[in-house]
Write a protein that binds this ligand. Structure first.
Ligand code: 2AM
Ligand code: CA
Length: 261
């Protein structure tokens, strides 16, 4: 199948997966019955399973890496590898904040080639293929090269790694003086897409896994943005890495500030 047609089919599968999230029971109801952790696991697994079935039908020889059910230890194969985060923004999902992303990336020979990120609550679908441009709900997106002082800076604090929180906040405090204001979206993938469509000038996280950023990285670079580690080096689809994204100007300003060194 041609990449363009494959992207369309992936978008279709991801939209359908969004139905599963939208039809989830109310959080309060499920918390009372099953506990929040079970609630999340149930929906994460259900969405991932649905996507693996649909994507295997599209690309039968593809490997999978995903956040759930033992797929997190997978390696990026030489051939085609789907990289899935069924619900990016787990805490938002638990708390009923209507902001989370279903993420599907497709890597080939170790490089992300296709990316789809969908927020089912706002029905916003970000999609891109390398060399084919980036789109939000079918409309092309190209970022304006805003400086940091002309936009908001989105950030995450790696809540699962509390030992690095103090240091992260100290850096964020310094960065806060360089931008219009700070935001925390609660989904790394959507935060990266928000840079791509011009809602924010930059986004950073001290620690992300490959499924948090792989799909969104294609969307961002196709929209004209930058994504690297905090040291400015290329990321190379690895897990447990610091991530810095931004418009070219904002990204460079943050590196030049030396605040992340
Ligand atoms: P998740 O929702 O899939 O867990 C804000 O918390 C963002 O950072 C979310 O995208 C979240 O992914 C991700 N995240 C939080 N802590 C992380 C960690 N220690 N490692 C990797 N990703 C993390
Ligand atoms: Ca995630």
């Amino acid at each position: 199948m041609k990449t363009e047609a494959l992207l369309e089919q992936i978008c279709e599968a991801v939209r359908e997966a969004g139905e599963l999230i939208r039809s989830s029971h109310s959080v309060e109801e499920v918390k009372a019955k099953e506990g929040a952790a079970n609630f999340v696991t149930k929906y994460d697994s259900m969405v991932q399973k649905f996507l693996i079935e649909r994507l295997t039908a599209l690309v039968p020889d593809a490997s999978f890496i995903g956040e759930e059910d033992g797929y997190s230890e997978g390696r990026i194969a030489e051939g085609k590898t789907f990289i899935i985060d069924p619900i990016d923004g787990t805490t938002n999902f638990i708390c009923g904040f209507p902001v989370c992303g279903i993420c599907v990336g497709l890597a080939e020979r170790g490089r992300a080639e296709i990316g789809v990120v969908y927020n089912p609550y706002r029905e916003e679908l970000f999609a891109a293929r390398r060399g084919g441009g980036a789109f939000l709900n079918g409309k092309p997106i190209k970022l304006a090269d805003h400086r940091l002082s002309e936009g908001v800076l989105c950030m995450d604090t790696a809540p699962y790694t509390p030992e690095i929180r103090k240091e992260s906040f100290e850096r964020l405090l310094k960065l806060s003086y360089l931008c219009m204001d700070m935001r925390s979206v609660g989904s790394a993938a959507l935060s990266i897409c928000y840079v791509a469509c011009g809602r924010s000038a930059a986004y950073l996280s001290p620690r992300l896994c490959v499924w948090d950023y792989a799909a969104a990285s294609v969307i961002l670079t196709e929209a004209g943005g930058m994504i690297t580690g905090w040291d400015g080096n290329e990321l190379g689809l690895t897990t447990g890495v610091s991530v810095l994204t931004g418009t070219p100007k904002a990204h460079q300003e943050i590196l030049d500030s030396k605040i992340l060194d």
